[in-house]
Design a protein around this ligand. Structure first.
Ligand code: AR6
Length: 176
């Protein structure tokens, strides 16, 4: 039987280069783009992504922290972009851990709804949002593993680490 771990792949690099069904974007509630991975995805994907984000905001308002929405991938090699909003780290007593788990979980639920089989995640909230990297990695791996265990439709999840520190943390936790 295939184990959950065998459906997780750890990569270091730029998420905008991946040819998967969906890449996840670490967005903000406005969905209007920004820096970090959000900036990289909008730059590489082109204006179609922002146009679709505008339509979503016009229809249903801003994207709350922990929630997710979906657009096409524009010029990206990925077909779709799932935009989720991770929590801003405020010291740990503002429900940040649950909100980060929700961001992963709601992205995966939306992936399933859109028949996504392969999906790539960046290290949500660990850039300008300041979430401690080790705890964020544990939450990401735990949430994704739990979801994979009961959802065989998702055939592969890529954790794409941009920085060396996150890559080393994920590598250690996944091999424990
Ligand atoms: N591919 C993969 N990972 C990347 C890339 C890339 N091309 N570029 C950066 N990262 P951040 P957040 C990593 O700051 O903390 C934006 O302005 C980066 O090394 O992008 O969730 C949004 O609009 C880090 O590990 O997102 C929001 O306002 C991780 O992506 C805010 O930042 C997340 O860093 C969201 O902050």
């Amino acid at each position: 039987m295939e184990t959950t771990f065998s459906r997780i792949t750890l990569l270091q690099g730029d998420i905008t280069k991946l040819k998967v069904d969906a890449v996840v974007n670490a967005a903000n509630s406005s969905l209007m783009g920004g820096g970090g991975v959000d900036g990289a995805i909008h730059r590489a994907g082109g204006p179609v992504i922002l146009d679709e984000c505008c339509e979503i905001v016009a229809r249903q308002g801003r994207c709350a922290t922990g929630e997710a929405v979906i657009t096409s991938g524009g010029n990206l090699p990925a077909k779709l972009v799932i935009h989720t909003v991770g929590p801003i780290w405020r010291g740990g007593s503002s429900n940040e851990e649950q909100l980060l788990a929700n961001a992963y979980l709601n992205s995966l639920k939306l992936a399933l709804k859109n028949e996504v089989e392969t999906i790539a995640f960046p290290n949500i909230s660990t850039g300008v949002y300041g979430f401690p990297k080790e705890r964020a990695a544990e939450i990401a791996i735990q949430t994704v593993s739990g979801f994979l265990a009961s959802n065989p439709e998702i055939s592969r999840v890529y954790f794409v680490c941009f920085d060396e520190e996150n890559y080393a943390l994920y590598s250690r936790i996944l091999n424990e």
